[in-house]
Design a protein around this ligand. Structure first.
Ligand SMILES: C[S@@+](CC[C@H](N)C(=O)[O-])C[C@H]1O[C@@H](n2cnc3c(N)ncnc32)[C@H](O)[C@@H]1O
Length: 257
């Protein structure tokens, strides 16, 4: 097996790949917001005129869903140019052309001059995008960068998997821990909790699966105050189409003090 470590370049290439582009574009066109996403957006982002930033917007599923809910001042970015192109095209088709889309890397927002003179009243990083950043220090850089472009009091909504969320998950991760202890883990992975897999119709996916404790520590280390978290299954019963598109996940809300 190729033992080259997975980097941001690997992840970006995987999201720019045709299979992934078709998968996320189809979701943006047909699926829209999940019931759980809509519920938390309406609860934690009550002001429709507040400027909001979406990180990892992909083909625009969430940004266009927000616009359809009546949010008027939307900015969204992704580091995969092919997906951003799809988002721009769908926004034009849905007459949501006032959404500002651009290409940027969430771990390097300090270098993004497009964000120089804007402060946001809230940030979203949906469907586990933050966890698709390899390296905990890089995920922390993204959390830190997003906090810097927000006003005090701004909420951050994001999702992750949770490797402690069920007895089945815990058993699988115990086996994986034993593999790491023997040095027999997938050599392309950098940290315990990482996974890299391929699915027909979705393409290759890198994902870090954290524990709840890990995310609480990352929020504290990057200046966010934890406010809320819950598993999706506790929030809403999603349609079959949403469940086919996405596994259960943990929703997080943190706030800039
Ligand atoms: C699972 S997809 C979700 C896309 C979209 N938000 C949705 O829910 O359909 C995660 C997205 O995060 C983006 N992403 C991952 N790492 C990123 C980074 N460092 N900077 C910007 N975007 C990133 C990927 O390109 C991908 O579009």
């Amino acid at each position: 097996m190729d033992s080259t470590k997975i980097t941001a370049a690997t992840v970006r290439a995987d999201f720019n790949d045709l299979t992934a582009v078709i998968h996320y574009t189809r979701a943006a066109h047909k699926l829209g917001l999940w019931a759980s996403e809509r519920m938390l957006i309406e609860r934690f982002f009550p002001d429709h005129s507040a400027p909001l930033l979406e990180a990892g917007c992909g083909a625009g599923r969430v940004a266009i869903g927000l616009w359809q809910l009546g949010y008027q001042r939307l900015t969204a970015f992704d580091f995969a140019q092919e997906l951003v192109d799809q988002a721009v095209s769908l926004a034009a088709e849905r007459q949501a052309g006032s959404i500002r889309f651009f290409t940027a890397d969430a771990t390097r927002l300090g270098k993004c001059h497009l964000l120089d003179d804007t402060l946001f009243s809230g940030v979203l990083f949906m469907f586990n995008g933050l966890m698709q950043i390899p390296g905990r220090c890089n995920r922390r850089a993204a959390l830190h960068g997003l906090r810097r472009v927000c006003v005090p009091g701004a909420p951050l909504l994001f999702t992750t998997h949770d490797r402690d969320s069920s007895p089945g998950e815990r058993a699988l991760w115990q086996l994986e821990a034993a593999r790491w202890a023997r040095g027999e883990q997938d050599p392309r992975l950098g940290e315990f909790g990482d996974r890299y897999f391929e699915e027909a119709g979705t393409g290759r996916t890198f994902m870090h699966l954290p524990t709840r404790t890990e995310i609480l520590a990352d929020l504290a280390a990057t200046g966010w105050t934890h406010e809320y978290d819950a598993m999706r299954r506790e929030l809403a019963s999603e349609s079959r189409a949403v469940r086919d598109f996405s596994d259960d996940c943990r929703f997080w809300v943190a706030r800039k003090p």
